[in-house]
Design a protein around this ligand. Structure first.
Ligand SMILES: [Fe+2]
Length: 556
């Protein structure tokens, strides 16, 4: 990467991050760079993707990049970019100069109309006055809330950080997922312990284990080291077995999976026929509410950030109080019974280098006070479920418990259920897995065909692996609880994440997938790195019909 930047800077040209990403997506980025340098008629101050593509078209430079394969170099670049954008375990050195990089805003449609005029973005969010509308009678106020916590670490943490705690965590992970694989995957009905493989005399071998290592040999085969509670085995996926090779490229460290293999003649190596992820069964029972109520998902509010979107937030408050919107939009507002907040409620302090320059409120306790004041404006008939994220004031290691009493007490006037991260709960019988989503970045940087700005694809991978965050020692810090709270041992009706500040809705095998936007506009880091968030959106799930819609307060 450095050599590519240098090739251009020798000619006084800066390379935009997305231009660099584009170049690194080529099979031979260095060769591609020298061809571009050679073909440039003059050297611009900033080299854009469009300029590169124009040269490429005009000169028909061979693009032999593979559609689903990001190079390792590109993944390394992403790791640095992502930890700068979102904060996290990796603290990168800054590698781009602060310059006026331009970016394109995607077209947006179907939004609520915002009042004209710009607001001063560094001010502390002001409280607006909500008029009580006598004629507005939200139908959801007729129903009592029904919230049940199904699985949550809060109050149950056992870990002390000892080595034996980690052993218990991995043994629990192995036990739960082995059971799921054996009961749900026919290919894994006759799983054998690794230490019995050699003396079993069985031709077709099925094993389940935790991945210790996966790498590509110089001949293009994949080598997998796998361990169960009886021993370790080395398995090879031959490159001719295309399906298994593709699946091997999706395997990450510390995940539990099954292998269907045959023993090599000398008995030292397992030849993999297929890789078996636990995956989600197609026939899952869906839960629906008997009454017509909706849940809205409001992630990454980031109160305390200079980029908190006060105008859009106020539009949201007016809408949810029935003050704003057309009649259809007001009908939707009237059905909202629950507000789920999947983390990053405030911007926090010390989350990434020089964050204090980005804050409008520099005291974290004051940030929560301000959030509490704003949430007072949510109508009383709406119940709130609030979970922490990596910007919140709880332990950073996941699973994170709910907020401490000192913070909870600030919200004592409101009906708020404080839960941990992740958490399974049900609303009117509809089961929801809510996870802030820090590990979305571990998946994006460890699996070649996944990208951080396509969270739904990553969420599908999590469901296939039945695990929210397998990699120990990656971007997401993990606490060694004796139960692995990150295992997806129950298939939810709705799976929601936040963290990446994008707004998307999808579906996987009957499960509704939501990435729940943010209320923070593009930060200076994001702008510098050309990351365009999709903020001020509100995904809403109808708990009776299962339909999901998106309200747009972005005004764009
Ligand atoms: Fe966030």
């Amino acid at each position: 990467m450095k050599s590519i930047i240098e090739s251009f800077s020798e000619h006084g040209t800066f390379v935009q991050p997305d231009t660099l990403e584009y170049i690194l997506s080529k099979d031979d980025p260095k060769k591609f760079t020298s061809l571009i340098v050679e073909k440039l008629m003059e050297y611009p101050l900033i080299l854009t993707v469009e300029q590169v593509k124009n040269i490429e078209q005009e000169t028909k430079i061979d693009d032999i990049s593979k559609p689903c394969m990001d190079s390792l170099e590109k993944k390394e670049l992403q790791k640095k970019m992502l930890s700068t954008i979102y904060g996290g375990a990796l603290q990168p050195e800054m590698f781009f100069e602060e310059n006026d990089l331009e970016y394109d805003d995607p077209d947006k449609d179907g939004q609520i109309h915002l009042p004209d005029g710009e607001t001063e973005e560094i001010a502390i969010p002001q409280l607006i006055e909500i008029k009580k509308l006598k004629k507005w009678k939200p139908p959801s106020s007729e129903y009592e809330p029904e919230i049940k916590i199904i699985k949550d670490v809060t109050g149950k943490s056992t870990c002390e950080g000892k080595t034996s705690d980690f052993t218990k965590l991995f043994l629990n992970r192995y036990g739960v997922l082995r059971k799921i694989l054996r009961s749900q995957r026919r290919e894994m009905a006759n799983v054998m312990p690794i230490n019995r493989i050699k003396r079993s005399g069985v031709k077709d071998i099925q094993i389940v284990g935790i991945i210790e290592d996966v790498r590509t040999t110089k001949n293009g085969h994949k080598l997998i080291e796998i361990e169960d509670d009886t021993g370790t085995a080395t398995a090879i996926v031959l490159k001719d077995n295309r399906e298994a090779t593709q699946m091997a490229s999706e395997v990450i460290l510390d995940e539990i999976l099954g292998l269907k293999c045959q023993l090599s003649k000398d008995g030292d190596l397992l030849l993999v026929q297929s890789i078996v992820f636990p995956d989600i069964s197609i026939q899952n029972e869906r839960h629906r509410s008997e009454v017509p109520v909706c849940a809205a998902f409001l992630s990454d509010i980031h109160i305390g950030s200079k980029q908190f979107m006060e105008t859009e937030w106020q539009a949201f408050l007016r809408w949810i109080n029935g003050e704003m919107g057309n009649s259809r939009q007001k009908d939707v507002a009237g059905k909202i019974k629950y507000l789920v907040i999947p983390g990053d409620t405030v911007d926090g302090i010390g989350i990434y280098p020089n964050q204090d320059k980005e804050l409008s409120i520099i005291d974290v306790y004051r940030q929560y006070e301000t959030l509490a004041e704003q949430l007072q404006l949510i109508p009383d008939h709406i119940s709130i479920v609030m979970q922490p994220g990596n910007h919140d004031a709880v332990r950073p290691a996941e699973p994170q418990p709910a907020f401490e009493k000192e913070i909870r007490d600030l919200f004592s006037d409101k009906d708020i259920t404080f839960v941990g991260n992740p958490c399974y709960f049900s609303l009117h019988g509809v089961e929801i897995l809510s996870y802030h989503g820090q590990s979305l970045l571990d998946f994006a940087t460890n699996i070649q065909c996944l990208r951080y700005n396509e969270p739904l694809e990553i969420m599908k991978a999590m469901l296939k692996k039945h695990h929210l965050s397998p990699v120990y020692g990656g971007y997401t810090p993990l606490a060694p609880e004796h139960l692995d709270y990150m295992v997806i041992d129950k298939v939810p009706d709705i799976f929601v994440t936040g963290h990446v500040h994008l707004a998307t809705i999808g579906e996987y095998r009957g499960i509704t997938l939501i990435n729940a936007s943010s209320w923070q506009s593009q930060t200076s880091y994001q702008k510098m790195l050309n990351f365009v968030p999709d903020p001020a959106k509100l995904p809403i799930a109808d708990l009776k019909t299962g339909n999901v819609t998106m309200m747009d307060f972005s005004g764009k």
